[in-house]
Design a protein around this ligand. Structure first.
Ligand code: SF4
Length: 223
């Protein structure tokens, strides 16, 4: 019922079309050609993507992970070597240090594997809720999680599906109204849409494929 009254089915369908017509983020692609797609490589690529453009994330993920795609491989590198592989991602020095620390924890406490449950992932310093959920969906192919980033928080609020203040609240509310069959694609559909049309400042409402279903809540300026 919720799905029908909020036009969720039709909006998801329109966002799928939008997604297919745009460059798809590395993490959401089913097939990775140059590097193996594993929970570990998804985790590292997700860490690299924070505050970094998709093109740079993809380039640096490949540069680092095509040769060093396990925690043991990463630990064979010095922090400076990791930095040189991942430059120019945002905060590359902090990320190089974190990638090394996380690899060490995975090797020492998890036999070199990425845990397949969120509570274990969240115990690892440097892995937050969004990253943990991304690893579950795109790394472990587990469809019971809903990763919420800034786009997934902002857009459902603008559309009028929810009225929430934090990504955590958004995750809880959306899980009540979004049919589970859409959870595994929700993140990449909304991220791509948020990067191209429903931008944080001055969204492109005039060319938006879902504008007839949107309440434009708290949108003060648009194009
Ligand atoms: S109409 Fe505007 S605010 Fe609503 S989803 Fe489209 S771009 Fe975003």
């Amino acid at each position: 019922m919720a799905s029908k009254t909020k036009n969720i089915d039709i909006i998801i369908e329109l966002l799928r079309i939008h997604y297919k017509n745009h460059q798809q983020p590395l993490i959401s692609r089913n097939t990775w050609t140059v590097i193996p797609k594993t929970p570990f490589t998804v985790l590292i690529s997700c860490l690299l993507s924070l505050r970094t453009k998709d093109e740079i994330t993809e380039k640096t993920s490949i540069k680092l992970l095509k040769t060093y795609h396990t925690p043991k491989d990463i630990l064979s590198l010095t922090e400076t070597e990791i930095e040189s592989h991942i430059y120019p991602v945002g905060f590359y020095k902090v990320k190089a240090k974190r990638i090394k620390e996380i690899s060490k924890i995975l090797l020492e406490k998890h036999h070199g594997k990425v845990p397949s449950n969120v509570s274990e992932l969240l115990k690892i310093k440097g892995i937050g809720r969004k990253t943990a959920n991304i690893v579950m969906v795109y790394g472990h192919n587990n469809e019971n999680y809903l990763p919420i980033d800034t786009h997934c928080h902002r857009i459902p609020n603008r559309i009028g599906w929810i009225s929430t203040k934090t990504p955590e609240e958004t995750e809880n509310e959306l899980k009540q109204i979004i049919p589970k069959k859409y959870w595994s694609e929700f993140n990449h559909l909304f991220v791509t849409f948020g990067q191209t049309i429903c931008k944080p400042i001055s969204p492109h409402c005039s060319i938006c494929p879902i504008n007839q279903y949107c309440k434009q809540k708290n949108v003060k300026k648009h194009r």
